[in-house]
Design a protein around this ligand. Structure first.
Ligand code: ATP
Ligand code: MG
Length: 137
């Protein structure tokens, strides 16, 4: 059984669509193994997105991710990583297929509603970034 990390970003939390987004995961056969709402610090966001630190959008990405609380979850199921990425839709909501989370809830490439791990290796790193094993069921 695969596990992946999901973040419902500050824009979607502010829009009050946390339940709607978690329901999409459940309706697609993924199980929420754990979830919590947290406020990231600047250091947290910089560490989490460290792979992007040389990119021009890094400072904006970090300030967006700390602009309000986020909901982080571990999703579990068959092909959880790829299934979550499919449910999310393209990074830029303008390119996201109709019916995906980003097409329905995101406003821009910055405020794009959700994050999902992009490989099984990163999923494990990202899950351990936010959760202890004893918090995941
Ligand atoms: P995420 O990692 O948040 O799940 P992603 O994997 O679809 O999204 P990445 O390429 O990992 O996209 O980029 C991380 C985040 O950085 C994106 O979600 C987006 O908010 C922001 N981002 C990516 N590319 C750009 C860009 N060209 N301009 C502005 N922001 C961008
Ligand atoms: Mg990514």
């Amino acid at each position: 059984m695969e596990r992946t990390l999901s973040i419902i970003k500050p824009d979607a939390v502010a829009k009050n669509v946390v339940g709607k987004i978690l329901t999409r995961f459940e309706d697609a056969g993924l199980r929420v193994a754990t979830t919590k709402k947290i406020q990231l610090s600047q250091a947290d966001a910089e560490a989490f997105y460290a792979v992007h630190k040389e990119r021009g959008f890094f400072a904006d990405l970090v300030s967006f991710m700390i602009s309000g609380p986020v909901v982080v979850s571990v999703l579990e199921g068959e092909n959880a990583m790829a299934k979550n990425r499919e449910l999310m839709g393209a990074t830029n909501p303008k390119d996201a297929v109709a019916g995906t989370i980003r097409a329905d809830f995101a406003d821009s490439i910055d405020a794009n509603a959700v994050h999902g791990s992009d490989s099984l290796e990163n999923a494990e790193i990202e899950i351990n970034f936010f959760f202890a094993q004893r918090e995941i069921f």
